[in-house]
Structure formats: C-alpha cells, structure tokens
Design a protein around this ligand. Structure first.
Ligand code: MAN
Length: 349
C-alpha cells in the first residue's frame, strides 16, 4: 500500500442531497471535482454539480442545453437496440454520444475549510452556446496577480475542449471561449509566470497514434497557447496505464513544480500520482511516482455513481500541507491532506 493521503475523518464533506437542484425538473446525481481558491478570507469550492431529469419507467432521459440555454430532455426507449447504456456517465444512440447528466459549476464557501455553505450572492456558472450544450465540468482555478483564471471542460456534440473564463470578483466574468480544441481537458495553468510567459498543463487525446498524455504549453497572454510539449505518458502495467491528466495548478517547492495528477487503468480505476517539473524549465521532468500516492480505498471512493475513483482538480497549500479537495466515486466531495515533504520523499530525488 503506497497511499499517503490523510483523509478527513468525516468524509464526505458534501453529498448530492446537500445542495439544491438548479430547477424543479432536475435532481442532483453527483457532486464532484471542485476547483479551489481563497477569496475574501474564506476557502471557496467551485463544485461540479451533475444533474439529471427524473427518470420514467422503461425510458432513459438525457438533458442538454438548447440554443437559448434552456434544458431540453431527450428520451430513449431502454429496449431500443440502437441504445448502448453500459457506462453510467455516457450513452451512445445510433453513433451519437450523450451524457446521462449535465454539469454546471456552483460556488460554496467556508471559514474553516470543512463546513461549506452555498454563496447565495454569487452566480452559478452554466454551459452557454453550442460548445457547452452538454455542460461544463472540472474547473481548475488559478490566481495570477488579481485575476482568477477558470479553465474547465466544455462538452457538446462537437467534442470535448477547454474553455476559459476570467474574473476578479466572482460576479463579473469575461468569456475567452475555447482555448484548446477537442479532444482536450485537464488544463491547469501555473499561478506564476516563468521567464515572462504563462505555462499550462493540458491533456489532448490522440487515439490513432499516441494516447492520453500530459502536455505543457506556453503563452504570452494566458489565452493563446503554443510550443506544446508532451511531458508524461501512460505506463503499461501501472496505475496510469490508460490515461493521465493534470490536477490543480502545480505547487512551487524548492525542489521543483509539484503536480498531483490522476492516472487511470483500462478498467477505469482512478488513482493520484505526483510528478516534479524543473522550476526554470517545466518541460523537464525531474521525477514521477512509480506507485500512486492515493488510491480509491475508502468505501465512499469505491462505491458511488462511478466507483473506484479519486479525482482532484483543486487544493490550497499552507506551509508543508496540501489541503486537497477531491471527487470520490464521481458522487461526493471529500478532503484529504498530504505533506509536501512526504510526497517529495516518495519521488526519490
Ligand atoms: C473523467 C472526467 C472526470 C471524472 C473521471 C472519472 O476523467 O470526466 O470528471 O471524474 O473521468 O469518471
């Protein structure tokens, strides 16, 4: 066992029943994968809330946003041979994929980092327009100077890409559109410029040749990205054999940029690993964990909407401690702590 996460004893912090659905026709199926930031002296989570419509006997209903931003329901007969509903997250009908849930992003805040309440004065973020008609997911929040950069997964029938919105006050948002085109997700911007340039980690997928690897890119303005380099690939026989992707913004340590990332196997078992990048040139990988630093071993990580998943894209760091917030079995928001020194010692550098 290589798991070094110190889980909060009263996990989960938040379950679907703890928040109100966005409207009376929807039920909350899952809370997952929050972005995390500090603002006005509090800890805030930008939670992915996945909702679905109330299901009828013999019918599978999926929600999408129409052109006007309203939720529209599509019904499929469960006996229809053209329907493939084997995965709880995504179904296929006659060659087209649909998500079973639609996600928006909800703000909650806390003075102690444990007890969160909905922030009534602050808006939720919903999918808007043709590239977000299946919703928005898994938002990373990076603060650079006085601006928060929100990088999130845009989902639609056009594909899965990375969207960017920025804000200074969490009330007014500037939409920068899709910054990395399909198929791409897991975009984590570094919270500091290096050699006067912005850097980001991201995860394009190349199904024919290549795979689901972590890449690095540079930018002069934090919006337009280039000089892409592949820095971490899947490894046969390990916890990250099928796909891997960045978590939250890399943590600056004296040894290098420390990134906690997720890795999954062909069986969709999601663990967390760590990777260390050179401080001056983050395309240089100094070390990478051979074994996971966290595995889905708690009951709430093994059983839920999609079991055997620990997935993170948000944390806060105080001294040596990473307070990591994460999605467990794609249904609950949980917290675990890591010692940075302990992670680095596992990296054998
Ligand atoms: C994908 C993402 C995550 C999700 C995992 C596990 O990588 O869509 O949101 O948590 O799968 O299902």
């Amino acid at each position: 066992m290589t798991d070094i996460a110190n889980r909060y004893k009263q996990n989960p912090l938040l379950s679907p029943k703890d928040l109100k659905p966005s409207n009376e026709n929807m039920i909350i199926e899952c809370l997952l994968n929050p972005g995390v930031f500090e603002f006005e002296g509090k800890t805030w989570l930008l939670i992915r809330v996945a909702e679905r419509t109330i299901q009828k006997e013999g019918i599978l209903s999926v929600p999408i946003y129409n052109d006007k931003g309203e939720v529209e329901i599509i019904d499929f007969d469960l006996k229809d041979p053209k329907l493939d509903a084997a995965d709880s997250r995504v179904i296929n009908y006659d060659g087209t994929d649909y998500l079973t849930t639609i996600s928006h992003l909800r703000l909650v805040c806390s003075v102690d980092g444990i007890n969160f309440e909905e922030a009534a004065d602050y808006p939720s973020l919903f999918g808007e327009g043709e590239y977000e008609s299946y919703g928005i997911e898994d938002c990373r929040v990076a603060k650079i100077d006085d601006t928060f950069y929100l990088t999130y997964t845009m989902v639609s029938a056009n594909g899965v890409g990375v969207g960017l919105r920025t804000t200074k006050d969490w009330k007014v948002f500037k939409k920068e559109g899709m910054i990395l085109s399909p198929h791409n997700k897991d975009c984590a911007i570094f919270e500091e410029k290096i050699n006067d340039k912005f850097y980001t980690l991201h995860r394009p997928s190349s199904p024919e040749l290549g795979g689901n690897y972590i890449w690095l890119a540079e930018s002069f303005d934090g919006i337009h990205w280039g000089n892409h380099k592949c820095i971490a690939k899947t490894r046969a026989g390990k916890f990250d054999s099928k796909r891997l992707g960045a978590g939250a913004a890399p943590i600056k340590t004296e040894k290098g940029w420390l990134e906690i990332y997720h890795g999954a196997t062909n069986e969709n078992r999601y663990c967390l690993g760590a990777i260390l990048l050179d401080l001056k040139d983050p395309s240089i990988v100094l070390a990478r964990s051979e074994e996971p630093i966290m595995e889905p071993i708690a009951q709430y990580e093994q059983t839920g909407f999609f079991g055997n998943v620990v997935f993170t894209n948000g944390h806060k760091v105080i001294g040596d401690t990473v307070y990591m917030y994460y999605g467990a079995s794609d249904e609950f928001v949980c917290q675990a702590q890591f010692s940075i020194k302990e992670i680095l010692s596992k990296l054998d550098i």
